[in-house]
Write a protein that binds this ligand. Structure first.
Ligand SMILES: Cc1cc2nc3c(=O)[nH]c(=O)nc-3n(C[C@H](O)[C@H](O)[C@H](O)COP(=O)(O)O)c2cc1C
Length: 200
């Protein structure tokens, strides 16, 4: 089931195809594909080329590691994410390696790496669902994170599954693609909140 968005202006079909499912197929992600997805993250731009991203990656083939990562997610996310063959946690080094000063773009850069990872996944027929719903404390403890490393987001990765296997409330959300604000609502010209006149 490939679904595409109706966009107001033309965008790349990879972007039109991407969405965040909760139903994942019982099919492993090939090691080569997983490596390509992470390679895409590797080539993200970043402030000072600091590359502040890190990923804990848990594959179902290694049940103990998988259970550790699943256990960091909030219960609601666990109900569907437990079907994904790969779970990840993105992490940000929040200080520059060369001088230990705060890197205020670290979270931005990690998000950007995940965006590239997501598009590479889409190109390979895979789907990504990111999650804010995890316990930061559990992540810190489970992975013994240093102070200067911030857990950012959970990530479920896999092939699309059957929405009918989801609990009813999630199934209903699965069948409707999410909407977006129009471009004119978030692009400004002269000042904050002042719509750029060239945007229609
Ligand atoms: C950083 C981030 C955190 C998110 N957290 C959750 C989450 O905890 N649980 C969940 O079910 N979806 C989560 N989502 C998915 C969003 O709800 C989803 O991306 C949004 O509704 C747009 O839908 P789409 O990705 O299908 O276009 C998250 C997405 C992002 C980018």
């Amino acid at each position: 089931m490939t679904r595409e968005r109706d966009t107001a202006h033309p965008i790349h079909e990879l972007l039109r195809r991407r969405w965040s499912p909760r139903a994942f197929a019982d099919r492993p992600v090939e090691r080569e594909k997983l490596l390509s997805v992470l390679e895409a993250a590797r080539w993200a731009p970043s402030s000072n080329n600091e590359q502040p991203w890190h990923f804990v990656v848990a594959r179902r083939e290694r049940p103990e590691e998988y259970a550790r990562l699943l256990g960091c997610l909030v219960e609601k996310n666990q109900t569907w994410a437990k079907a994904a063959p790969v779970l990840m946690l993105s992490l940000a080094s929040t200080v520059f390696s060369r001088n230990g000063k705060p890197n205020r773009h670290a979270l931005h850069d990690v998000g950007q790496a995940v965006a590239l990872l997501t598009l590479q996944a889409t190109a390979l027929g895979l789907y990504v669902h990111q999650m804010a719903g995890f316990s930061v404390d559990a992540a810190r403890q489970t992975y013994n994170l240093p102070e200067t490393v911030e857990p950012v987001a959970g990530i479920a990765l896999g092939y699309l599954g059957d929405p009918d296997l989801l609990p009813e409330d999630l199934r209903q959300r699965e069948v409707v693609l999410s909407a977006r604000k129009p471009v004119g609502e978030f692009v400004y010209g002269e000042a904050w909140g002042r719509r750029a006149e060239w945007v229609r």
